[in-house]
Ligand binder design. Structure first.
Ligand SMILES: Cc1ncc(COP(=O)(O)O)c(C=O)c1O
Length: 415
């Protein structure tokens, strides 16, 4: 593909130069149509049984995005008190929120209990803690299905090498603790890892998880977790996650389970990245170019404080170059290393990448930046966090988070 931005008319006819003139760079720009399309897709993964798709808001907690998820019929996963509060503020009723906790203190569990939010406990000791706070209550337990999947070892969250979940061999202990505190184990959940393009390991985990589920009586819900991938190499024609064939395989496994279990509990999934990643292009300005020991460096204002994924996970984001408001053709490519403006040698957006030859003043448009982009931003090097705008379905451009100011950096101090 020569240009994703042109193919989908990402900016809906708006001038990129006018947008950055008004809102500055770096700038996260979302496209409402793409966002709604992906959110709709995940709401339809299972249609034969009662099914909830919980948007995993750790991927992106912008209020406008949360409200869009609500309007698309999604439920939501929270990982912290802050995320539960964001969801409540965005208008999610407590019954649409699932708190997938990990190593939390009594205060976080108490917040969920006080607000009638369903909690998943991630270890036997956390189940004990929950039981002591909420005798006779209801909760879920996160189980390790024994199989992991993901794009990097740092995002594989099941299998043998992970801090997450309770192992299958400890299930009897779950029942003992539940008896002790008169707890109802209403549901079980898993999350095997993030960003798989091949559904096979996930389906394998589902199969194993459903075998384990039969050890629990009277389950109200079974939650399979998230992790559905998106094509980060779309300019090289990487294909989309095969949602249609995946759905058919997934449903077959659920059919078999329901036949044996005797009824269908509510089924859930927890996609984060799939909902938001492709709906966002991050715009940065090229401020310098130079040649160091034979490497051509392109210096932008998209530092690791703005998008940390490439530095943290060696993640790939396609980059398009915009000059004079037009996407530069990819017919002639030159090897370049795109960096940010942070004082770290690991501050690399793209290493040895074939791109149109960049010039000072160009705009670097970083694709697929909507998931774990702004959510992982920091003000490292005392750089205020960027703004976010939405290209709405009617073509209008709306500011959905203002840029941080220097005063915002000082606000926690007495200065
Ligand atoms: C428990 C849990 N659920 C859901 C997700 C969402 O994963 P993804 O954004 O890959 O769909 C994560 C992400 O790590 C997670 O930890």
């Amino acid at each position: 593909m020569n240009s994703f931005i042109e193919k989908v008319d990402f900016f809906k006819g708006n001038s990129v130069e006018s947008i950055v003139k008004e809102y500055g760079t770096p700038l996260y720009v979302y496209n409402e149509d793409i966002l709604r399309d992906r959110m709709h897709n995940v709401s339809q993964i299972i249609t034969k049984y009662e099914f909830h798709s919980n948007y995993s808001i750790k991927a992106n907690t912008n209020f406008t995005i949360l409200k869009t998820a609500l309007s698309e019929g999604l439920y939501a996963d929270a990982m912290s008190t802050g995320e539960m509060m964001m969801l409540l503020k965005a208008g999610f009723p407590a019954e649409k929120i699932f708190f997938v906790s990990n190593n939390v203190g009594a205060d976080e569990l108490q917040f969920a209990i006080d607000n009638n939010i369903m909690v998943s406990l991630d270890s036997l000791s956390q189940l004990e803690l929950f039981g002591s706070l909420n005798k006779g209550g209801k909760c879920a337990v996160r189980i390790n299905p024994g199989v992991g999947a993901g794009h990097h070892e740092k995002v594989v969250t099941a299998g043998k090498k992970t801090k997450f979940a309770v192992a299958e061999e400890d299930i009897d202990k779950i029942f003992e603790i539940a008896d002790k505190y008169d707890l109802k184990i209403a549901g079980i959940n898993q999350h095997v890892g993030s960003l798989f393009m091949d559904p096979e390991p996930f389906l394998q985990a589902v199969k194993n998880f459903l075998r384990i589920a039969k050890k629990f009586e009277n389950l109200e819900f079974i939650d399979f977790g998230g992790g559905y991938g998106i094509p980060y190499h779309k300019l090289d024609d990487e294909q989309d996650f095969p949602m249609e064939s995946f759905k058919a395989e997934f449903e077959k496994l659920i059919d078999e389970f329901v036949a044996e279990y005797g009824y269908a509990p509510l089924f859930k999934t927890e996609p984060g990245r799939y909902c938001v990643a492709e709906s966002c292009v991050l715009l940065g300005r090229v401020h310098s170019t130079k040649q160091n020991s034979g490497v051509k460096y392109v210096g932008t204002d998209v530092g690791m404080n703005v998008l940390v994924r490439p530095s943290m996970y060696d993640s790939w984001h396609d980059i398009e170059i915009i000059r004079d408001d037009k996407v530069v053709s990819r017919d002639n490519l030159v090897e370049q290393t795109v960096t940010g403006n942070i004082c770290e040698s690991g501050d690399l957006l793209a290493k040895n990448r074939m791109l149109p030859e960049s010039k000072v003043g160009d705009i670097a448009a970083v694709l697929d930046a909507g998931a774990y982009g702004y959510a992982m931003c920091s003000s490292y090097n005392s750089r205020p966090r960027p703004a976010e705008v939405m290209i709405c379905s009617d073509g209008s451009v709306k500011l959905i988070r203002r840029r941080e100011t220097f005063d915002d950096l000082f606000r926690l101090f007495e200065v």
